[in-house]
Ligand binder design. Structure first.
Ligand SMILES: NC(=O)c1ccc[n+]([C@@H]2O[C@H](COP(=O)([O-])OP(=O)(O)OC[C@H]3O[C@@H](n4cnc5c(N)ncnc54)[C@H](O)[C@@H]3O)[C@@H](O)[C@H]2O)c1
Length: 379
């Protein structure tokens, strides 16, 4: 009997046991893969042929703060264009589930204030750096002014030093319209009309960032561009205590809360859809005429806070309306509107997404990511 179970030196009893063990292992692996599948994040990106911006194909691009609201959108687009993207982000105001999954994206969890982390990402000698990492934004900086200065001041200085060392082709800095234009600047804001009468540490340090990029350009000829964003909104921004008003309004509206209006509601903002910002940034990375310049990236249009709130309530079918709450003492600008003439002239920039379309896309994104958003939104 035992002999029958032997065949050419292979012990069939052992083999049968091996086979049953292997089956068990296979079942276990299948179960683990299924579980992993459930944990694998979310944003699957599509393979695309790099028809536009072909210069990014196969190039190494470092996006600091690439796990954040704008950074995720920029990194995804760069990856689709064939760039090899490294995201450096310490996840202080971002979430791993929100980072796009793409074979061209590598995520390095690290800090722009840490030399070891910086050495690690600059060892790859990136061709382009988009510096988006920041302590965000006004209220956060009023509450933690020293952290704001560390990250937005020392942080950008360090990233610039490394970028200069490896001689990047372009360093694009995410500056801020609300940071550099003040009450004494004329609307619509033109690039030359900056102000030093600022109201928050964040505004001070976003302007400081431009002073540092300009210094690296003037002294070392580092090819920098300062992108001055205006009130960016779109899919990818998780609501929270220090986040922008649009994601916060969606969050509250979807939870049946009335929307807090901090002024009269007649105040205006120049809300700019994130994909338009990404288009502007990608051109800034390549256009020679942009080197050494500061350029507004806005929608060039004003919308009232009260109208935005009404649209959010309509999209979410929220019946709780709005409520008047106290003004924030630093929030003194009644109107914000960019001039985008320089961006048009130098970059051929033209915003494509209307405010209403953009709000609809944010709503869609909230619906798709409701679970993670509700888990992570902190107030
Ligand atoms: N969103 C806007 O309306 C707006 C307007 C003007 C300018 N900007 C600028 O654009 C950039 C991106 O803005 P966002 O809205 O995506 O903000 P965000 O907070 O979503 O992104 C910033 C990212 O930087 C990361 N970060 C913070 N400190 C870091 C550190 N020490 N090391 C590494 N990573 C760190 C955060 O985790 C986050 O992912 C910022 O520089 C911001 O100042 C944004």
């Amino acid at each position: 009997m035992e002999l029958e179970k032997r065949n050419m030196g292979v012990n069939i009893v052992d083999l049968e046991k091996d086979i049953s063990d292997t089956k068990q292992v296979l079942e276990l692996m299948k179960a683990q893969i299924a579980m992993l599948g459930e944990q694998i994040p979310l944003i699957e990106t599509e393979e695309q042929k790099p028809e536009e911006f072909p210069d990014y194909n196969e190039k190494k691009v470092l996006v600091t703060g690439g796990a954040g609201a704008i950074g995720t959108n920029l990194s995804k687009r760069l990856a689709e264009l064939g760039a090899k993207v490294t995201i450096l982000d310490n996840l202080s105001s971002a979430y791993e589930w929100n980072i796009p999954v793409h074979k061209n994206i590598k995520f390095v969890k690290g800090d722009i204030l840490n030399d070891e982390d910086l050495k690690r990402v600059f060892k790859e000698k990136p061709d382009y750096v988009f510096h988006l990492a920041a302590h965000f934004a006004n209220q956060n900086s009023v509450d933690s002014p020293e952290t704001d200065l560390m990250i937005n001041g020392i942080g950008i200085l360090k990233v610039l030093q490394y970028a200069n060392l490896v001689k990047v082709k372009r360093f694009v800095y995410s500056s801020s319209g609300c940071g550099v234009y003040g009450l004494d600047s004329k609307m619509p804001f033109e690039e030359h009309d900056i102000s030093i009468k600022l109201h928050t540490p964040y505004q001070v340090t976003k302007l400081l960032g431009e002073l540092y990029t300009n210094y690296f350009y003037n002294l070392y000829n580092l090819p920098i561009v300062n992108a001055r964003f205006f009130n960016v909104f779109g899919p990818g921004e998780v609501p929270g205590k220090y986040r922008n008003v649009i994601p916060n309004f969606f969050y509250w509206a979807m939870n049946g809360k009335s929307l807090p209006i901090t002024g009269t509601g007649e105040e205006t903002r120049d809300w700019t859809y994130v994909e338009d910002i990404v288009d502007g940034l990608l051109t800034m990375g390549l256009e020679e005429k942009a080197i050494g310049e500061s350029i507004n990236l806005g929608s060039g249009k004003e919308h009232k806070v009260i109208d935005m709130a009404a649209e959010v309530n309509r999209l979410t079918t929220n019946n709780a309306g709005m409520k008047q709450v106290g003004e924030r003492d630093w929030d003194v600008k009644k109107r914000l509107c960019s001039s985008i003439e320089k961006a048009r002239r130098i970059l051929g920039y033209e915003p494509k997404t209307t405010f209403e379309e953009g709000l609809k896309k944010v709503h869609d994104w909230f619906m798709e990511n409701k679970h993670n958003i509700n888990k992570n939104a902190e107030f």
